[in-house]
Write a new protein. Sequence first.
Length: 201
Amino acid sequence: MSITGTEDLANLAAEIGACRICADVLPADVTGGPRPVVRLSATARLCIAGQAPGARVHASGLPFDDPSGDRLRDWLGIDRAQFYDSSKLAIVPMGFCFPGTNPKGGDYPPRPECAPKWRQRVFAAMPQIETILLVGLYAQAYDLGPGASVTDRVRAFRKDWPRLIPLPHPSWRNTGWLKANPWFQAELLPPLRALVRELMG
């Protein structure tokens, strides 16, 4: 299906909002069933490709509305108003809905049905996107192929710059990783912030 222009993008967003492809397999703690969280844009040049909404985002409907989002905004050098300006920034996670909490800790991975159904159509509808930030393992594996670790991919951030830029997930669970890899802040964040300023005007 060919999708062009803002009207078709609005139709696609409405179709995504009504998606229930994972309704029968979501765990009980996903209260209210599927709630796709995605921000499409006909004008943004920058897109964040994350993993999947967490419980707090499932409740609010606002992507990265949590401490992970605060850390990500700091990495990008932008504030909340800039981050949620959909004319400047699109947000397309690998799974649009909260996948539930894993009893072993953290959330379950993004639902596998989501990306094959939507991802190609979404990016076809946003041909103006110049840079995609691949936040976390699942987004990186989808666009860069499986096999490499997040550390290896992020360390090689110059390889596909500026089209695809891998980033670790900004979760508090990765605080240890950040301390163990000071080069991330010293080498990657300055050019990333400069690029974000350029793309977001």
